[in-house]
Write a protein of this length. Structure first.
Length: 160
């Protein structure tokens, strides 16, 4: 797994994470992208009212869109009725998009959002180039986690 380009530090306020992504996919490369949002959506995000479960990004006609990200409608925005799971455009450079087109056309690769955060007052999403895990891969990872936990407990109790 590659080193993350985006760190959780004091200049970022993490809104939501896709914890299920690491279990379902091999996350290989991480990218940062801005999002095109409306005012009510930004206010709702600042309150932490969003969800990344079952969301994905897709390259369409040279542009990247985020599908199925749920942003709960802002309670005080009565003048707008927005679809909470509408597709949202991601802001990336042309070079990054061209590279993503080549990578996602390979068999088994997709773009999965891993977290949404605010950086310098702007809403950003971290997307990962991911390859789906098979059932046996998931079992192997769980087995390795369990073995590591047992080893740590044994080391803590002084058996090793």
């Amino acid at each position: 797994m590659s080193e993350r380009n985006v760190r959780d530090d004091m200049s970022q306020k993490v809104v939501c994470r896709n914890k299920k992504a690491a279990h379902e996919y091999f996350l290989e490369e991480f990218l940062e992208a801005g999002m095109v949002l409306l005012g009510a959506e930004v206010k709702s995000l600042r309150e932490g009212r969003s969800n990344l479960v079952d969301s994905y990004a897709k390259v369409t006609k040279g542009e990247v869109f985020l599908h199925n990200m749920h942003i709960t409608p802002y309670f005080f925005a009565h003048h707008m009725e927005l679809d909470p799971t509408r597709k949202r455009k991601l802001l990336m450079s042309k070079r990054e998009i061209r590279r993503l087109i080549g990578k996602t056309e390979e068999k088994g690769y997709s773009l999965i959002p891993t977290k949404v955060y605010f950086k310098n007052g702007r809403a950003k999403v971290e997307i990962a180039l991911a390859k789906g895990k098979k059932k046996y891969d998931k079992r192997q990872v769980l087995k390795e986690k369990e073995l590591k936990r047992d080893m740590d407990q044994a080391r803590k109790q002084g058996r090793y």
